[in-house]
Every structure is written in C-alpha cells, then in structure tokens.
Design a binder for this molecule. Structure first.
Ligand code: SF4
Length: 264
C-alpha cells in the first residue's frame, strides 16, 4: 500500500495556490487516487471548483456557532469523489489561522475515519510561511511534503525565498517548486534557476491561460470543464510528478541581491 501523501502548497497570496490545488486534486482523482482537499482560505476557493461552484460551510464557522457538528456537515463529495473540507481562515483582527487549523483538523479526524484511507490530502494553506501560525500543520505532523508556488516576478520569488528560510528554520524539507506563470520574460529560466540555487527542483511550469480563470469563474476545475486543453495536460503532469516524488531537500535561501539579479 502506498504511503499517504499529505502536501501543502505555500506561496505569496494571490499567486494561484487554490486553483493549482484543486486542479491537482482533480487530476489525481481522474487517475483513481482517493483525494481529500482541506481548504484553509477564507474564500473557500479550493473546494468551490470541485463542487460545481457550491460553497460549503467551514468547520470553524460551525464550531463558532456551537452546533453539534457531524461528518456530513463538513465533508462534501465533489468531482470524481474528491472529499472537500473547508477549515475556514483567520478572522480579520481576531483569530489565529494556525491554531484554528489545528482545532478544526482534530475535529475532522475525530469524525471522519476515512481520512486515513486517502492516498493524497492537500492542505490549501493561506498566505506565506512568515507567520508562525501557518506552519502549525507542519509542526503537528499533518503535512509531510511542502511545495512552493511562485511566478518569475520578484515579489512572489521574494515570498518563496522567505518560505525557504521558514522551512529551514523548522527543519522541514521542501519537495519542489511549481511555477504559475504570469507571462514574465524568461520566466521558466528564472524559476528553474531559483529552484536549483536553493537546492530544489522545478516540478512544473503552468502557462498563463485564460481558460483556467474561465473555468474557475464557472465553478469548475480545468480538468472537469476543459479536459482536452493543453493546460489540463500540464496539471496532469504535475499531479503525476507529485504522486511519484520521493525526494526533498532542506532549502537554502538566497541573498536578496542574488534574487534581484535573477529577476532583472
Ligand atoms: S499568528 Fe499568524 S495565523 Fe495566527 S492570527 Fe496571527 S497572523 Fe494569523
């Protein structure tokens, strides 16, 4: 039996973590894997495209309402049987997402025994790792592989570099870099170089295609709505690369000067 993969995709806010997570989940489900996606974003946008545009209640919201929560209230079956759960994100000015995630996942584990049968669990964590709260899933052993999503622009790479610092600090290896293109000049080369210089590897280059946003707006993954599009093929390759990946390294971060040089 294969070892369960529990992955988290980190990266600067707005870089496309949720759409990457949901398309990878759909691609893995197409291959027959049992997949669960645990969204921790306040906008619930990792599960929404697996559920035909339907928004599901978050565990934290239900817990806050002090409702007697049952499994069917929080686990929803989406595209090809992908189990979708929304933890909910930090409330502005109030809650700690890191702690919230732990409380919610403990609750989920108590109620949903099938979580242990999953081949792949994807944690769609918000923001980047600079805040201690967001590394909580790693510290608690909920996640066993970390990936970073970036484009070739300076700011997302700066965030990616910071994430590397954070991972190294908590002694957590990095399993790979994914480039979500913004159509920057020499982008693939920049991100590949960055990946190599931090000691990691580029897992995939996802081209910027309007079809990704169009499918998302309609409430679907590309795999479901446009399975024959070239970008669907890229997500399939990425899913395959993740499922067969068994290497990881403790990343070394770059000096800011080098980071600027790379993106010039
Ligand atoms: S520690 Fe981080 S996750 Fe927790 S409330 Fe503060 S910013 Fe949010």
């Amino acid at each position: 039996m294969m070892e369960q993969k529990r992955i988290a995709i980190y990266g600067k806010g707005g870089i496309g973590k949720s759409s990457t997570a949901s398309n990878v989940a759909a691609a893995c489900a197409d291959e027959g894997y049992k997949v669960m996606i645990i969204g921790c974003d306040p906008k619930s946008d990792s599960s929404i495209t697996l559920l035909g545009g339907k928004r599901i209640p978050t565990i934290l919201d239900l817990l806050r309402q002090k409702i007697d929560v049952k499994e069917e209230d929080i686990v929803y079956e989406g595209y090809k049987g992908v189990k979708c759960v929304e933890v909910g994100g930090p409330e502005p000015g109030i809650g700690c997402a890191g702690r919230g995630i732990i409380v919610a996942i403990q609750k989920l584990r108590q109620m949903c025994k099938s979580i242990d049968d999953m081949d792949l669990i994807i944690y769609d964590v918000p923001g980047d790792i600079v805040c201690g709260g967001f590394v909580a899933p790693i510290r608690k052993g909920l996640v066993n592989e970390a990936y970073i999503l970036t484009s070739g622009e300076y700011m997302p790479l700066y965030a990616a570099n910071n994430i590397c610092k954070g991972l190294a600090k908590i002694d957590t290896p990095l399993s790979g870099i994914i480039c979500n293109s913004r159509s920057v000049t020499r982008e693939e080369e920049i991100v590949r170089k960055f990946s190599e210089e931090i000691g990691s590897k580029l897992m995939a280059f996802i081209p910027k295609e309007q079809i990704v946003q169009d499918c998302e707006r309609d409430g679907f993954s590309v795999l479901e709505k446009a399975p024959d599009s070239p970008v669907a093929g890229v997500y399939r390759e990425l899913a395959h690369a993740i499922m067969s990946n068994d290497s990881s390294v403790l990343p070394s971060s770059l000096e800011d000067e080098r980071l600027r040089e790379l993106t010039r």
